[in-house]
Write a protein that binds this ligand. Structure first.
Ligand code: NAG
Ligand code: NAG
Ligand code: NAG
Ligand code: NAG
Ligand code: NAG
Ligand code: NAG
Length: 247
């Protein structure tokens, strides 16, 4: 009696020992249950997503009006449930018209710097090659200018005669087509190469566009000295939507 008590000095009575075991068992059970529930909850969005895309693979070719977030796009591609990943025609911050995407900068910089910034965004300073494109840009720019209520808040386009005076060429080295030029004509006629011997002796070799509060859709280009800081328009090809029919 004494010996057994000495060998197990802290051993509790048998009854409470089983109670303890049951309690520990229950705890482990609850823990496992919780883990299972967490794992299930974690995967529900993926499963529903996979189900949706599987049930309707044509729906993954999105229209520009529905704009799912880029995280949405990632989920479906990483889940591997679809062979036809979502791809929006334009990245965030770019606007679609026709087959091109356009970015209207919120910051201002010189013509050269604007050209470089567009390049960094894997685009180029906009080149206008149709009346429709000119029309689209005119209305976009007018709205942006209205918001700031600043008639000088015009936008650089990818046109310059800096290389050879009087010879207007686009950013891709193609010459300006005179029947697709949209110079301002009003109280003055552009390009006027306005020169100030003190502040801008080099004349005006770069082109900006925009007219606030008018309908001069086809009369809103102005030459301007290239070091002036302006907002600018970048352009790039729209992403082609993947051909999901073939799968
Ligand atoms: C699949 O898409 C078509 C057209 O986009 C729609 O009419 C149809 O109801 C969709 N089917 C399912 C199962 O969602
Ligand atoms: C481009 O924009 C213009 C002006 O907003 C609009 O009339 C035209 O329908 C657009 N074109 C396309 C192909 O979206
Ligand atoms: C603009 O860049 C061109 C070529 O990259 C260069 O020749 C020209 O000097 C630059 N102009 C200004 C005003 O920095
Ligand atoms: C210039 O633009 C007009 C009108 O769009 C077009 O008919 C003509 O072919 C163009 N000329 C050149 C050389 O691209
Ligand atoms: C600017 O300078 C040029 C030559 O240096 C001169 O012919 C012209 O008259 C000057 N213009 C003004 C407005 O001072
Ligand atoms: C524009 O002005 C500059 C500076 O006065 C001059 O060098 C250039 O020849 C002018 N360009 C045209 C087309 O008149």
């Amino acid at each position: 009696e004494l010996l057994s008590q000495c060998s197990q000095p802290n051993s509790p009575p048998g009854k409470s020992n089983t109670k303890k075991r049951v309690a520990i068992g229950l705890l482990i059970f609850l823990l496992v249950l919780a883990i299972i529930l967490i794992v299930i909850a974690w995967h529900i969005p993926e499963w529903t997503n996979a189900l949706q895309t599987a049930s309707n693979s044509t729906e993954t070719a999105i229209t520009p009006t529905t704009t799912p977030t880029s995280t949405n796009t990632k989920k479906t591609t990483t889940s591997g449930a679809t062979s036809c990943p979502l791809k929006l025609p334009c990245d965030t911050g770019w606007k679609l018209n026709g087959t091109k995407c356009y970015h209207f900068s919120t910051t201002k910089s010189s013509w050269n710097q604007s050209r470089d910034e567009c390049k960094e965004k894997r685009g180029y300073l906009v080149k206008i090659d149709s009346r429709e494109e000119q029309r689209f840009l005119f209305y976009e720019v007018r709205e942006l200018m209205n918001k700031r209520d600043d008639s000088e808040d015009k936008f650089w386009i990818g046109l310059t005669d800096a290389k050879k005076e009087g010879e207007w060429i686009w950013i891709d080295d193609t010459p300006l087509n005179q029947s697709l030029s949209f110079w301002f004509k009003g109280d003055k006629v552009e390009p006027d190469n306005w020169t100030d011997n003190d502040t801008k002796p080099e004349g005006e070799d770069c082109v900006r566009m925009g007219e606030m509060g008018t309908d001069f859709v086809e009369k809103c280009w102005f030459d301007k000295h290239c070091k002036a800081e302006q907002r600018f328009i970048c352009e790039k090809e729209a992403n082609k939507s993947p051909d999901c029919q073939n799968k």
